[in-house]
Design a protein around this ligand. Structure first.
Ligand code: F6R
Ligand code: MG
Ligand code: MG
Length: 374
Protein backbone atom coordinates (compact mmCIF):
# COMPACT_ATOMS: atom_id res chain seq x y z
CA UNK A 1 0.00 0.00 0.00
CA UNK A 2 1.42 3.41 -0.94
CA UNK A 3 1.87 5.73 1.99
CA UNK A 4 -0.90 8.31 2.53
CA UNK A 5 0.09 11.82 3.48
CA UNK A 6 -1.96 14.94 4.03
CA UNK A 7 -0.75 18.39 3.10
CA UNK A 8 -2.66 21.20 4.82
CA UNK A 9 -2.16 24.84 3.94
CA UNK A 10 -4.21 27.08 6.20
CA UNK A 11 -3.93 30.87 6.11
CA UNK A 12 -5.37 33.88 7.83
CA UNK A 13 -4.96 37.64 8.05
CA UNK A 14 -4.47 38.06 11.80
CA UNK A 15 -3.30 41.67 11.73
CA UNK A 16 -0.48 43.54 10.10
CA UNK A 17 2.13 46.25 10.28
CA UNK A 18 1.33 49.59 8.74
CA UNK A 19 -2.16 49.01 7.41
CA UNK A 20 -2.57 45.82 5.38
CA UNK A 21 1.09 45.62 4.37
CA UNK A 22 2.87 42.76 6.13
CA UNK A 23 2.58 40.15 8.92
CA UNK A 24 5.38 41.17 11.28
CA UNK A 25 7.91 38.86 12.91
CA UNK A 26 6.31 38.62 16.40
CA UNK A 27 3.21 37.02 14.82
CA UNK A 28 5.26 34.67 12.66
CA UNK A 29 7.16 33.64 15.81
CA UNK A 30 3.90 32.53 17.45
CA UNK A 31 3.11 30.29 14.48
CA UNK A 32 6.66 28.86 14.52
CA UNK A 33 6.42 28.14 18.25
CA UNK A 34 3.01 26.40 18.05
CA UNK A 35 3.82 24.30 15.00
CA UNK A 36 7.16 23.26 16.47
CA UNK A 37 5.35 22.07 19.58
CA UNK A 38 2.71 20.23 17.50
CA UNK A 39 5.52 18.50 15.65
CA UNK A 40 7.25 17.48 18.89
CA UNK A 41 3.94 16.10 20.18
CA UNK A 42 3.46 14.12 16.97
CA UNK A 43 0.32 15.86 15.71
CA UNK A 44 2.07 16.97 12.52
CA UNK A 45 5.28 15.69 10.93
CA UNK A 46 6.66 18.89 9.48
CA UNK A 47 5.72 22.48 8.78
CA UNK A 48 6.75 25.65 7.02
CA UNK A 49 5.53 29.07 8.20
CA UNK A 50 5.61 32.09 5.88
CA UNK A 51 3.63 35.19 5.00
CA UNK A 52 2.48 36.83 1.81
CA UNK A 53 1.66 40.44 2.59
CA UNK A 54 -0.73 40.51 5.54
CA UNK A 55 -1.56 36.79 5.35
CA UNK A 56 0.02 34.32 7.76
CA UNK A 57 0.42 30.93 6.05
CA UNK A 58 0.81 27.55 7.78
CA UNK A 59 1.96 24.67 5.60
CA UNK A 60 1.80 21.31 7.40
CA UNK A 61 2.46 17.67 6.47
CA UNK A 62 0.81 14.93 8.56
CA UNK A 63 -1.00 11.58 8.40
CA UNK A 64 -4.37 12.58 9.84
CA UNK A 65 -6.38 13.12 6.67
CA UNK A 66 -8.25 16.17 5.41
CA UNK A 67 -10.46 18.22 7.76
CA UNK A 68 -8.82 16.70 10.82
CA UNK A 69 -10.26 18.50 13.90
CA UNK A 70 -6.93 18.48 15.79
CA UNK A 71 -4.97 19.94 12.88
CA UNK A 72 -7.65 22.56 12.24
CA UNK A 73 -7.75 23.39 15.93
CA UNK A 74 -3.99 23.87 15.94
CA UNK A 75 -4.36 26.40 13.11
CA UNK A 76 -7.32 28.13 14.76
CA UNK A 77 -5.58 28.43 18.15
CA UNK A 78 -2.44 29.71 16.45
CA UNK A 79 -4.37 32.39 14.56
CA UNK A 80 -6.22 33.35 17.76
CA UNK A 81 -2.98 33.68 19.69
CA UNK A 82 -1.38 35.71 16.88
CA UNK A 83 -4.46 37.96 16.67
CA UNK A 84 -4.32 38.56 20.45
CA UNK A 85 -0.67 39.51 20.11
CA UNK A 86 -1.53 41.83 17.19
CA UNK A 87 -4.12 43.51 19.39
CA UNK A 88 -1.59 43.94 22.19
CA UNK A 89 0.99 45.39 19.80
CA UNK A 90 -1.64 47.77 18.35
CA UNK A 91 -1.12 46.29 14.90
CA UNK A 92 -3.71 47.01 12.23
CA UNK A 93 -6.74 44.81 11.60
CA UNK A 94 -6.06 42.43 14.50
CA UNK A 95 -8.02 39.22 13.94
CA UNK A 96 -9.39 40.52 10.63
CA UNK A 97 -10.26 37.11 9.15
CA UNK A 98 -11.38 35.39 12.36
CA UNK A 99 -15.08 35.70 11.76
CA UNK A 100 -16.40 33.28 14.38
CA UNK A 101 -15.63 33.02 18.06
CA UNK A 102 -15.96 29.38 19.09
CA UNK A 103 -14.09 26.64 17.22
CA UNK A 104 -16.44 23.84 16.20
CA UNK A 105 -14.23 21.10 14.77
CA UNK A 106 -13.46 22.46 11.28
CA UNK A 107 -11.85 25.78 10.40
CA UNK A 108 -13.68 25.97 7.05
CA UNK A 109 -16.34 28.64 7.03
CA UNK A 110 -14.77 30.47 9.97
CA UNK A 111 -12.72 32.93 7.93
CA UNK A 112 -9.27 31.40 7.34
CA UNK A 113 -8.53 29.91 3.89
CA UNK A 114 -7.86 26.18 3.59
CA UNK A 115 -6.27 24.03 0.87
CA UNK A 116 -5.80 20.39 1.82
CA UNK A 117 -5.03 17.22 -0.09
CA UNK A 118 -4.43 13.65 0.96
CA UNK A 119 -2.05 11.99 -1.47
CA UNK A 120 -0.70 8.52 -2.04
CA UNK A 121 3.01 9.13 -2.12
CA UNK A 122 4.90 8.34 -5.32
CA UNK A 123 8.33 8.00 -3.73
CA UNK A 124 9.32 11.63 -3.95
CA UNK A 125 6.56 14.13 -4.63
CA UNK A 126 7.36 17.66 -5.79
CA UNK A 127 4.80 20.26 -4.69
CA UNK A 128 4.34 23.85 -5.74
CA UNK A 129 2.49 26.09 -3.29
CA UNK A 130 0.97 29.27 -4.73
CA UNK A 131 -0.11 32.00 -2.32
CA UNK A 132 -1.34 35.47 -3.25
CA UNK A 133 -2.27 38.71 -1.48
CA UNK A 134 -4.87 41.35 -2.48
CA UNK A 135 -6.79 39.12 -4.86
CA UNK A 136 -9.24 36.19 -4.78
CA UNK A 137 -9.24 32.49 -5.77
CA UNK A 138 -10.57 33.36 -9.24
CA UNK A 139 -7.10 34.72 -10.00
CA UNK A 140 -5.88 31.10 -10.22
CA UNK A 141 -8.41 30.12 -12.93
CA UNK A 142 -6.31 31.37 -15.81
CA UNK A 143 -2.97 29.79 -14.82
CA UNK A 144 -4.68 26.51 -13.76
CA UNK A 145 -6.36 26.27 -17.13
CA UNK A 146 -3.04 26.83 -18.85
CA UNK A 147 -1.18 24.32 -16.64
CA UNK A 148 -3.67 21.44 -16.86
CA UNK A 149 -5.55 22.01 -20.12
CA UNK A 150 -3.56 24.14 -22.56
CA UNK A 151 -1.25 22.09 -24.81
CA UNK A 152 0.47 25.31 -25.87
CA UNK A 153 1.57 25.77 -22.23
CA UNK A 154 2.13 22.22 -21.01
CA UNK A 155 4.17 20.16 -23.42
CA UNK A 156 3.41 17.04 -21.40
CA UNK A 157 -0.24 17.15 -22.53
CA UNK A 158 1.08 16.46 -26.02
CA UNK A 159 4.22 14.40 -25.52
CA UNK A 160 3.92 12.55 -22.19
CA UNK A 161 1.78 9.41 -22.61
CA UNK A 162 1.11 9.46 -18.85
CA UNK A 163 -0.94 12.61 -19.29
CA UNK A 164 -3.00 11.25 -22.17
CA UNK A 165 -6.67 11.55 -21.30
CA UNK A 166 -6.30 15.02 -19.80
CA UNK A 167 -7.48 16.42 -16.48
CA UNK A 168 -10.75 17.00 -14.62
CA UNK A 169 -11.60 20.30 -12.97
CA UNK A 170 -13.98 20.88 -10.06
CA UNK A 171 -15.51 24.34 -10.44
CA UNK A 172 -17.37 26.08 -7.61
CA UNK A 173 -20.17 28.53 -8.27
CA UNK A 174 -19.47 30.83 -5.32
CA UNK A 175 -22.80 32.64 -5.62
CA UNK A 176 -25.11 29.61 -5.62
CA UNK A 177 -22.72 27.42 -3.63
CA UNK A 178 -22.80 24.57 -6.14
CA UNK A 179 -20.06 22.61 -7.88
CA UNK A 180 -19.58 20.86 -11.21
CA UNK A 181 -16.76 18.69 -12.61
CA UNK A 182 -15.66 19.23 -16.22
CA UNK A 183 -13.16 17.15 -18.19
CA UNK A 184 -10.58 18.49 -20.62
CA UNK A 185 -9.96 18.29 -23.51
CA UNK A 186 -13.58 17.17 -24.22
CA UNK A 187 -15.31 19.92 -22.23
CA UNK A 188 -12.72 22.65 -22.65
CA UNK A 189 -15.12 25.21 -24.10
CA UNK A 190 -17.66 24.67 -21.32
CA UNK A 191 -14.86 24.97 -18.76
CA UNK A 192 -13.63 28.27 -20.20
CA UNK A 193 -17.20 29.55 -20.43
CA UNK A 194 -17.48 29.15 -16.66
CA UNK A 195 -14.02 29.95 -15.33
CA UNK A 196 -13.61 32.99 -17.57
CA UNK A 197 -16.08 34.55 -15.11
CA UNK A 198 -13.35 34.74 -12.48
CA UNK A 199 -15.46 36.61 -9.97
CA UNK A 200 -18.04 33.85 -9.66
CA UNK A 201 -16.62 30.49 -10.80
CA UNK A 202 -13.43 29.24 -9.16
CA UNK A 203 -11.46 26.03 -9.64
CA UNK A 204 -11.17 24.16 -6.35
CA UNK A 205 -9.68 20.77 -7.40
CA UNK A 206 -7.96 19.14 -10.36
CA UNK A 207 -7.53 15.39 -10.95
CA UNK A 208 -5.71 13.40 -13.63
CA UNK A 209 -8.57 11.95 -15.64
CA UNK A 210 -7.23 8.46 -16.35
CA UNK A 211 -6.82 7.45 -12.70
CA UNK A 212 -8.38 10.27 -10.64
CA UNK A 213 -5.02 11.14 -9.11
CA UNK A 214 -5.42 14.37 -7.14
CA UNK A 215 -3.22 17.09 -8.69
CA UNK A 216 -4.28 20.45 -7.29
CA UNK A 217 -6.38 21.86 -4.47
CA UNK A 218 -7.19 25.50 -3.76
CA UNK A 219 -8.91 27.55 -1.10
CA UNK A 220 -12.20 28.90 -2.35
CA UNK A 221 -13.89 31.13 0.20
CA UNK A 222 -15.99 34.25 0.05
CA UNK A 223 -15.41 36.01 3.35
CA UNK A 224 -18.08 38.54 2.50
CA UNK A 225 -20.66 35.74 2.29
CA UNK A 226 -19.63 34.37 5.69
CA UNK A 227 -19.60 37.79 7.32
CA UNK A 228 -22.43 39.37 5.31
CA UNK A 229 -20.24 42.38 4.52
CA UNK A 230 -16.80 43.27 3.17
CA UNK A 231 -14.06 42.13 5.51
CA UNK A 232 -11.13 41.82 3.09
CA UNK A 233 -10.47 39.83 -0.07
CA UNK A 234 -10.14 36.08 0.14
CA UNK A 235 -6.43 36.06 -0.60
CA UNK A 236 -6.07 32.56 -2.05
CA UNK A 237 -3.70 29.58 -1.71
CA UNK A 238 -3.22 26.56 -3.95
CA UNK A 239 -1.25 23.29 -3.70
CA UNK A 240 -0.16 21.71 -7.00
CA UNK A 241 1.63 18.36 -7.46
CA UNK A 242 4.27 18.16 -10.16
CA UNK A 243 6.31 15.85 -12.38
CA UNK A 244 6.26 12.18 -13.31
CA UNK A 245 3.04 12.12 -15.33
CA UNK A 246 1.87 15.52 -14.06
CA UNK A 247 2.83 19.01 -15.27
CA UNK A 248 6.52 19.69 -14.62
CA UNK A 249 7.49 22.46 -12.17
CA UNK A 250 8.47 24.57 -15.18
CA UNK A 251 5.08 24.01 -16.83
CA UNK A 252 3.41 25.16 -13.60
CA UNK A 253 5.54 28.32 -13.57
CA UNK A 254 5.48 29.34 -17.23
CA UNK A 255 1.99 30.96 -17.16
CA UNK A 256 3.52 33.52 -14.78
CA UNK A 257 6.10 34.66 -17.32
CA UNK A 258 3.54 37.34 -18.15
CA UNK A 259 1.38 39.40 -15.85
CA UNK A 260 -2.43 39.30 -16.20
CA UNK A 261 -5.28 41.14 -14.55
CA UNK A 262 -6.99 39.91 -11.39
CA UNK A 263 -9.69 41.37 -9.17
CA UNK A 264 -8.72 42.78 -5.79
CA UNK A 265 -6.03 45.41 -5.21
CA UNK A 266 -7.16 48.56 -3.35
CA UNK A 267 -10.22 47.88 -1.18
CA UNK A 268 -10.83 44.64 -3.08
CA UNK A 269 -12.59 46.72 -5.70
CA UNK A 270 -10.23 47.09 -8.67
CA UNK A 271 -8.66 45.14 -11.49
CA UNK A 272 -4.94 44.92 -10.96
CA UNK A 273 -1.97 43.12 -12.53
CA UNK A 274 -0.60 40.08 -10.71
CA UNK A 275 3.08 40.36 -9.82
CA UNK A 276 5.09 37.15 -9.29
CA UNK A 277 7.74 37.81 -6.62
CA UNK A 278 10.07 36.06 -4.19
CA UNK A 279 9.23 35.96 -0.47
CA UNK A 280 11.41 39.00 0.20
CA UNK A 281 9.02 41.12 -1.92
CA UNK A 282 5.79 39.51 -0.74
CA UNK A 283 4.34 42.76 0.60
CA UNK A 284 1.92 45.15 -1.06
CA UNK A 285 2.63 48.86 -1.37
CA UNK A 286 1.39 50.87 -4.39
CA UNK A 287 -2.40 51.33 -4.15
CA UNK A 288 -2.18 48.40 -1.69
CA UNK A 289 -0.62 46.25 -4.40
CA UNK A 290 -0.01 45.37 -7.11
CA UNK A 291 -1.50 42.00 -6.09
CA UNK A 292 1.43 39.67 -5.36
CA UNK A 293 1.95 35.96 -5.73
CA UNK A 294 4.68 33.62 -4.52
CA UNK A 295 5.43 30.06 -5.69
CA UNK A 296 7.26 27.85 -3.21
CA UNK A 297 8.63 24.43 -4.12
CA UNK A 298 8.87 21.49 -1.68
CA UNK A 299 9.46 17.74 -1.80
CA UNK A 300 7.15 15.42 0.12
CA UNK A 301 8.35 11.99 1.22
CA UNK A 302 7.65 9.72 4.22
CA UNK A 303 4.72 11.99 5.22
CA UNK A 304 7.10 14.89 5.73
CA UNK A 305 8.34 17.93 3.89
CA UNK A 306 11.84 16.89 2.89
CA UNK A 307 14.39 18.63 5.09
CA UNK A 308 17.92 18.40 6.27
CA UNK A 309 17.96 15.86 9.11
CA UNK A 310 15.35 15.18 11.77
CA UNK A 311 14.96 18.65 13.20
CA UNK A 312 16.37 20.32 10.13
CA UNK A 313 14.25 22.97 8.50
CA UNK A 314 12.23 21.91 5.46
CA UNK A 315 14.01 22.60 2.19
CA UNK A 316 12.15 25.29 0.26
CA UNK A 317 12.67 26.70 -3.25
CA UNK A 318 11.50 30.32 -3.64
CA UNK A 319 10.56 29.83 -7.30
CA UNK A 320 9.56 33.34 -8.39
CA UNK A 321 12.73 34.79 -6.84
CA UNK A 322 14.33 34.59 -10.24
CA UNK A 323 15.23 36.90 -13.16
CA UNK A 324 12.97 34.77 -15.40
CA UNK A 325 10.01 36.61 -13.83
CA UNK A 326 11.48 40.10 -14.23
CA UNK A 327 9.50 40.57 -17.45
CA UNK A 328 6.19 39.82 -15.66
CA UNK A 329 7.14 42.20 -12.86
CA UNK A 330 7.92 44.92 -15.42
CA UNK A 331 4.62 44.25 -17.22
CA UNK A 332 2.77 44.39 -13.89
CA UNK A 333 4.17 47.88 -13.26
CA UNK A 334 3.27 49.03 -16.78
CA UNK A 335 -0.31 47.74 -16.45
CA UNK A 336 -0.56 49.16 -12.92
CA UNK A 337 0.39 52.64 -14.04
CA UNK A 338 -2.00 52.45 -16.99
CA UNK A 339 -4.90 51.36 -14.80
CA UNK A 340 -4.22 53.92 -12.09
CA UNK A 341 -4.30 56.71 -14.67
CA UNK A 342 -7.98 55.82 -15.06
CA UNK A 343 -8.75 56.41 -11.38
CA UNK A 344 -12.25 55.34 -10.37
CA UNK A 345 -13.51 54.80 -13.91
CA UNK A 346 -14.35 51.30 -15.13
CA UNK A 347 -12.74 49.04 -16.15
CA UNK A 348 -9.99 50.11 -13.70
CA UNK A 349 -12.61 49.84 -10.96
CA UNK A 350 -14.72 46.68 -10.70
CA UNK A 351 -18.36 46.84 -11.75
CA UNK A 352 -20.84 47.76 -8.99
CA UNK A 353 -21.90 44.13 -8.42
CA UNK A 354 -18.41 43.00 -7.51
CA UNK A 355 -17.05 46.01 -5.63
CA UNK A 356 -16.29 45.08 -2.08
CA UNK A 357 -16.81 48.63 -0.85
CA UNK A 358 -19.42 50.82 -2.37
CA UNK A 359 -21.06 54.08 -1.53
CA UNK A 360 -23.25 53.84 -4.62
CA UNK A 361 -26.31 52.82 -2.62
CA UNK A 362 -25.98 55.79 -0.25
CA UNK A 363 -25.31 58.18 -3.14
CA UNK A 364 -28.41 56.99 -5.01
CA UNK A 365 -30.45 57.25 -1.81
CA UNK A 366 -29.32 60.81 -1.13
CA UNK A 367 -30.08 61.86 -4.72
CA UNK A 368 -33.44 60.05 -4.89
CA UNK A 369 -35.55 63.21 -4.71
CA UNK A 370 -33.43 65.03 -7.24
CA UNK A 371 -33.78 62.43 -10.02
CA UNK A 372 -36.40 63.56 -12.59
CA UNK A 373 -37.74 61.65 -15.59
CA UNK A 374 -35.25 62.13 -18.45
C1 F6R B 1 -7.63 44.91 0.17
C2 F6R B 1 -7.09 45.48 1.40
C3 F6R B 1 -6.81 46.92 1.45
C4 F6R B 1 -7.87 47.65 2.29
C5 F6R B 1 -7.64 49.16 2.31
C6 F6R B 1 -8.63 49.88 3.23
O1 F6R B 1 -7.83 43.53 0.30
O2 F6R B 1 -6.91 44.80 2.39
O3 F6R B 1 -6.70 47.49 0.17
O4 F6R B 1 -9.14 47.37 1.78
O5 F6R B 1 -6.34 49.45 2.78
O6 F6R B 1 -8.58 49.27 4.47
P1 F6R B 1 -9.41 49.77 5.74
O7 F6R B 1 -10.86 49.75 5.35
O8 F6R B 1 -9.05 48.79 6.79
O9 F6R B 1 -8.92 51.16 6.03
MG1 MG C 1 -5.35 42.92 6.35
MG1 MG D 1 -4.22 39.80 2.58
Amino acid sequence: MPRKTTISLIKCDVGSLAGHHVTPKPLINIAEKNLKKAKEEGLINSYYVFNVGDDLELLMAHERGESNPDVHKLAWNTFKEAADKALKLKLYGAGQDLLKTAFSGNIRGMGPGVAEMEIEERGSDPLVVLAADKTSAGSFNFPLFRIFADPMNTAGLVIDPNMAGGFKFEVIDTIENKKVTLKCPEEMYELIALIGTVQRYMISRVWRARDDLICAVGSVTRLSQIAGKYVGKDDPVMIIRAQHGLPAVGEILVPFMHSYLVEGWMRGSHWGPIMPIGLKDAKCTVFDGPPRIVALGFQIADSKIAGDGDDGKPLMADLFNDPAFALARREALDYASMLRRMGEFEPARLGPEEMEYTTLKQILESLKERFKPA
